[in-house]
Design a protein around this ligand. Structure first.
Ligand SMILES: [Zn+2]
Length: 368
């Protein structure tokens, strides 16, 4: 934790607080961009907490220290920790059950994204209640305010991301087909004004966000346009390894298409499809195409294993659990563990399970 080492001077701490994903100031050629907020002025950086004369920790550093201790504790017990990078919190969930689920499945931390009615602050409140479980995460963009480009919502979203209080953002919906738990058949274009706010805020702060965009061939250009326009935005494209219609999804669902995108856009990451191996989408096609279900021992197809090991730094896992799918938690995590994490080499497994998410949320490499 070089950037957050206790020996850093107060001056440096003040300088970097509220901008935790910015690169260390000592790195030449990696200059923190001058932030020109699109919609609002950033809040003042939080003041450091003085613990004693020689140790000064900001609130954010304390949070990171708590997260780190949680992960190290699990590693010590021989558990490969998972950081759940996609969780949908709607307020109607028994948190003690969620915590039981996390413990049973070796999930160290959850990016607890609230819905737009809960507001981002709910994630901070729950982090304060459970500081070693939940990561303060800005709201998801999946409700009426997001899809209606509500100006108040977008302004608040921008302000939240720049506040220095959050480590990640939720999942923002671009093209979204109806799913098992909602009937939203919507399309917020990736190059819309609303998405400009998300990409710009991520670009300026380094705070990652998830994007849900059905990977139809004809919907790829709007995504590529924004990936190129905002090279410092940290974009996690959700549910890779899914194909909901082989007639219209020809490029990206294939490992070669994903490989091409990863090479072309260094700011692009993916979270891995959560669907049950062999299960079918409403179109009648098998949804998760990364799994070989021809025997009872489900496995990863060799070309996907090769891709994950070739780009181990670019994939994360997220449960995609909401209250409607709460009962799927164990199944999703056990598929990740048994098929993905045990199906790739150790280096890739560790990165996909927690190291990549750690780097995305803190801006720092995990130190073994
Ligand atoms: Zn999604």
């Amino acid at each position: 934790m070089q950037k957050f080492g206790l020996g850093f001077s107060l001056l440096i701490l003040i300088a970097i607080s509220g901008c935790i994903n910015a690169p260390p100031p000592s790195q030449p050629g990696n200059i923190i961009p001058v932030i020109t907020p699109a919609l609002t002025t950033p809040s003042p950086s939080p003041l450091p907490v003085i613990i004693n004369e020689s140790i000064t920790l900001t609130e954010k550093e304390e949070q990171i220290k708590t997260f780190e201790e949680k992960i190290r504790g699990m590693l010590k017990n021989g558990t490969l920790p998972i950081i759940d990078a996609e969780f949908h919190y709607g307020g109607d969930m028994d948190l003690s059950k969620l915590i039981d689920n996390m413990d049973r499945n070796g999930v160290a931390l959850t990016w607890l994204g609230p819905n737009e009615n809960q507001g981002s602050e709910e994630s901070i409140r729950l982090n304060k209640l459970y500081p070693d479980r939940f990561v303060p995460t800005v709201v998801h963009g999946d409700g009426q305010k997001w899809h209606g480009s509500d100006s108040g919502f977008l302004k608040k979203l921008d302000k939240d991301v720049r506040s220095g209080k959050y480590f990640a953002m939720g999942e923002f919906e671009a093209r979204h087909y109806p799913s098992s738990t909602n009937n939203r058949d919507v399309h917020m274009p990736v190059d819309s004004t609303a998405f400009e706010v998300v990409f710009q805020a991520s670009n300026d702060t380094g705070i990652p966000f998830l994007i849900h965009h059905e990977a139809e061939d004809e919907l790829l250009p709007e995504m590529e346009k924004m990936l190129a326009k905002y090279p410092k935005a940290k974009v996690i494209w959700a549910h890779v390894g899914r194909n909901r219609n082989p007639e219209t999804w020809k490029k990206l669902p294939n490992p070669d298409g994903v490989r091409e995108f990863l090479k072309k856009y260094p700011n692009l990451y993916f979270d891995i499809v959560q669907s049950k191996p062999g299960s079918k989408y409403q179109t009648g096609y098998v949804d998760a195409i990364i799994y070989d279900v021809s025997s009872s021992d489900v496995s990863l197809y060799p070309e996907w294993k090769k891709l994950f090991e070739e780009f181990p730094d670019r994939f994360v896992v997220g449960s995609d659990i909401n209250s409607g799918r709460f009962g799927d938690y164990d199944r999703v995590m056990s598929t990740y563990r048994k098929v993905i994490l045990q199906g790739v080499n150790k280096d890739a497994a560790e990165k996909i399970a927690y190291k990549n998410a750690w780097k995305l949320m803190t801006g720092e490499d995990w130190k073994d």
